[in-house]
Each structure stands twice: as C-alpha cells, then as structure tokens.
Design a protein around this ligand. Structure first.
Ligand code: NG6
Ligand code: CA
Length: 500
C-alpha cells in the first residue's frame, strides 16, 4: 500500500514541465556531505593550519556560504531532514541511529532522490547512510537481502555503510546485500550483548588495538578498533578503516563515469572526518594535527578525485557541486586519537561557540560551497542565511521538477540564493539539537529544556541547553539577553509554535 501511494504521488507529479526537459540540458548534481567537518576546518573558510586545495577549487569558482546551517547538530536528524524536507523533530526516532536500526525514512515518504529519479536522473547513494535499513530494528537479514534500503527511497544504486564507522556492522551494503559477502563468515549483529565466542574490547589485549577508546566504543573490536554494538563474522567483507575513503570514492568515480551522459544525482556522504579517524597510510604524518587533520586531508583528496572524474568526463561545466557537512565538528568524540592535544591554534568551529551536539552556532553552522561553472560564472561569498532543509525545493526548482502535493513540507525554494542572485536568504531557520532553536540574521532563540548542559560522555561539550529561555544577539552567544528583550522572545516563541 505504501508503495502504491508513492507510485500514485509520482504519477501525479510527472508534470509536462519536467518531462519537457531533455537529459542533455539538465545539470548533474553531486552532493558531497562531509561528516563532522567544522566551519573552521577548510582553508577556504580561513583555516591556516591545514590546506584543502580541492575544496577550495569549488569555492574559488563558485559561491562560498558563510551563514549556512545543518538542520541538526548530529547526523541522523540532519540527513533525514535533508533527504525528506521534513524537520526531524516531526517524527519519533530520528535521533542518532544504531547500526541495526530499521529504516527511519518510510518508503512512502517522497525523498530528494525520488524527485531526481522522477525527473529522469540516474541516482546513487554512496558512503555513510545512518538512516536505518530494513523494516524492523535488529531483524535485518544481513546474509541475504535487506528489505528496505535506499533502493526503496529513490536511489537507483547504493554502496553504503549502514550507520557510522564506529558502529557495527562494519561491512559495506551494496544494492541491498553485503558487498564482497564471505559465505564462510556469515554476519551477526547485536546491540544487546556480546557474542560468547568473540572477544569484545574488554577481552582484547591492548597490543592488538590500533586505537584506544576514550569513551564508549568498547563493544566489538574490528580492525583493532573498538565499536558501538557487537558483531560476529564478516570475514573478507569487513572493511578496513584505512581504505574506507578510497573505496567509497572509487565507487563514486565509477558512477560518474558510467553516467557521464547524464543527468545524474550523486549523494556522496564521506566517512571523513567522523571517528574513528583512521585515514590511509599515505596521509600519515601529513598534518601537524594528527589523525583528525589527516582525515581532513583525506576528505579533500576524495573531493579532488570527484572533480577530476567530472573534468575527465567533460561534464564539469554542467554539474552542480554542493559540498557541506552534516553537523558541527568535535575533537574528542570517544577515541584517544589526540585530536584535542594536537589541534594547536586551529579552531574547528572557526571561533563559534559550541560544537557538534550543541544548540550553539558551532553545532549547526557548517561550511557550504556550491559551484556550477556553466551557470555561476561570478565567484562570490554569500552571507545569506540558508538551511540544508531548503536544498530539496531549491534543487527541484533548478531542475524544473514539480513536487507532488505534501512533499518536502518544511523546505523552501532558495534557488536564487544558491545561484547567487539573492544574497538575503531566509528570514529565519529552525535547528534541532537537544532542544529547538530559531535563528534569524540578528537573533538566536534557544527554547528552554532540562537536558544537561554538558555531555558526560563527551568531555567539555556544551549542549547549549538551559532551563531558562535563551536569546542571543548574534554573533555574540555568551550574553543571554532574553530578560532585556521579552518582545523578541515572545515573537520567536510564537514562530516556533506556528512551525510545530
Ligand atoms: C555518539 C558517539 C560518537 C558518535 C556519535 C554520532 C560515543 C561515546 N559517542 O554516541 O562517537 O558516533 O554518537 O555521531 O559512543 S554522528 O555524527 O553520526 O551523529
Ligand atoms: Ca556527523
């Protein structure tokens, strides 16, 4: 029934306008989604202690956005909102997903990938998924075919990590099945307890560990690294963390080559720079910031491979590249990888308060760049207020796709902003962390909430929550001026009530 509903919506939306577009004129879209990359982490955003020349190439020939925001300060809700155009707080269970979570996006939800495929695009999801798989949590058929995958959400092809590199299962899923499946080592996954016959982190000799945990990450040990969740088996299908970037990048490049006749939509979600940071050996020693810096270099290398593939295929001019991050950055995220010790004077958030997990700007303000050499010919920097929730309707507008009734209800068309014609952007955007916030160009209102102000399992992280209403006159996020501006507080509270 769910499938029928979606088919019906799709038929309804097959507008003459979309059908009239010929594959040759529609731009390809490559969406590069970094993980936990901060506002201060790229040289095109002012970083001096690291150089990211490939990402800078995109910024240099396109638009660099200095006031762009992820929808949430963690991965799953940000990705959910991006792909559905629905605020994650509207649906239960959109918090950080475990590796055996069921599909968080219902197959009858009209997704960004549905929009592209309906418009005649080839579509692919490659890299980190983290939106659940299958119809029932903990009941996936890991050794057979998984019943709900990105294939049911508009993606023609996928090569993904089910959740994060720090969560089991540590295998890639390719078109519904474990990639390089090893029949001699069937996979079992548990988030309830260890497998008797498989040594977990506490039963593994320290000499066999490549990386020690600083918090959690003490269940299964795969490739000498402790993970969240237990697993058994996998054999030759198990990933080697050092090769994750190369392997997803190779799949992305292959997809580009195979679809160079276009149009295509590539959702390329990197594992970098999420923990465990274990980049390929060739990046070792290349950054004074250690593993976290090397993971940024590896991310930039992947970006370069994508750019080269587009150039070699002769399709760079007619390809829109959007590069951004799913949430703010963090130093110690549960592994003793010396990120905090080696960061030096590099500010991962570019000086913003808070970080990943935070309602402050550091949690959600992220780097964002767009290029489309055939259309955006004047490089610029835009201070327009934008949110990733708006990419859905903006991209629909750019490719001339009509959306079915009810699709992407929270997304606004900001195509003029993305293409540089409008530099104002949204009047307000909404953000989600442990509480809800609304941000305008001048103010940030953080709704009161009893959640702890810091995370016990992530030292020094400010959640930004407070039992009292908080109002900041940006860019200052240190002086709560709610008592002095009751009218503004009331106005922003009313706005949030209307949105809820
Ligand atoms: C936390 C993990 C962290 C990371 C995060 C999700 C611990 C101590 N911390 O629970 O390492 O995996 O979840 O990050 O386990 S996200 O970017 O995918 O949202
Ligand atoms: Ca993330």
């Amino acid at each position: 029934m769910e499938k029928l509903n979606k088919l019906f919506l799709t038929l309804l939306a097959a507008s003459p306008a979309a059908a009239a577009q010929t594959p040759q004129t529609q731009p390809n879209v490559v969406f590069i989604y970094a993980d936990d990359l901060g506002y201060g982490d790229l040289s095109c955003f002012g970083a001096h202690r690291i150089s990211t020349p490939n990402t800078d190439r995109i910024a240099d020939e396109g638009i660099r956005f200095t006031n762009a925001h992820a929808v949430a300060s963690t991965s799953t809700p940000s990705r959910f909102s991006l792909l559905t155009g629905i605020y994650a707080f509207r649906q239960e269970g959109t918090g950080v997903a475990q590796g055996d979570a069921a599909s968080i996006i219902h197959p009858d939800t009209y997704t960004l990938a549905d929009m592209f495929s309906q418009a005649g695009y080839a579509t692919a999801a490659i890299g980190k998924w983290h939106l659940g798989l299958g119809s029932e949590s903990g009941a996936q058929d890991w050794n057979g075919e998984i019943d709900i995958t990105p294939a049911d959400l508009g993606f023609g092809t996928h090569y993904i990590m089910a959740a994060t590199a720090d969560r089991t299962p540590c295998v890639f899923i390719e078109n519904g099945r474990i990639a390089d499946f090893d029949p001699s080592a069937p996979v079992e996954v548990s988030y309830r307890g260890p497998f008797e016959d498989v040594p977990d982190y506490h039963r593994t000799p320290v000499t066999e560990l490549k990386l020690r945990s600083s918090n959690g990450h003490d269940n299964a040990v795969v490739n000498g690294i402790g993970r969240i969740g237990y697993m058994k088996g996998g054999g030759k299908a198990l990933w080697k963390d050092e090769n994750i970037a190369d392997s997803i990048t190779a799949h992305a490049v292959e997809f580009i080559r195979e679809h160079s006749d276009g149009p295509f939509f590539l959702y390329f979600a990197t594992n970098d720079v999420h923990v465990p940071r274990m980049p390929h050996e060739r990046f070792r020693g290349k950054s004074p910031m250690g593993l976290r810096g090397e993971a940024i270099l590896q991310f930039d290398y992947s970006v370069g491979q994508i750019l080269d593939a587009l150039e070699q295929a002769g399709i760079r001019d007619n390809t829109i590249i959007i590069l951004t991050s799913d949430n703010g950055p963090v130093l110690d995220d549960g592994y003793a990888d010396s990120a905090a010790e080696l960061v030096g004077d590099h500010s991962i958030t570019g000086g913003l308060r808070g970080s990943k997990y935070s309602a402050f700007e550091g949690g959600t303000r992220i780097p964002a760049v767009i290029s489309w050499p055939g259309r955006i010919t004047q490089p610029s920097v835009s201070g327009a207020l934008i949110s990733q929730i708006d990419l859905f309707r903006s991209l629909a507008s750019i490719i001339g796709a009509e959306l079915p009734e009810g699709a992407a209800p929270d997304s606004h068309d900001l195509s003029e902003v993305l293409l540089g014609a409008d530099t104002t952007g949204r009047d307000w955007i909404v953000e989600w962390s442990y509480t809800i916030s609304v941000r305008t160009s001048e103010w940030k209102y953080i709704a009161p909430n009893d959640y702890p102000k810091s995370l016990s399992w992530c030292p020094g992280i400010e959640t930004g929550t407070d039992p009292a209403p908080q109002l900041y006159r940006l860019p200052d996020e240190h002086t709560n001026v709610a008592p002095q501006h009751p009218d503004t507080v009331a106005e922003l509270q009313k706005l949030l009530e209307e949105i809820f």
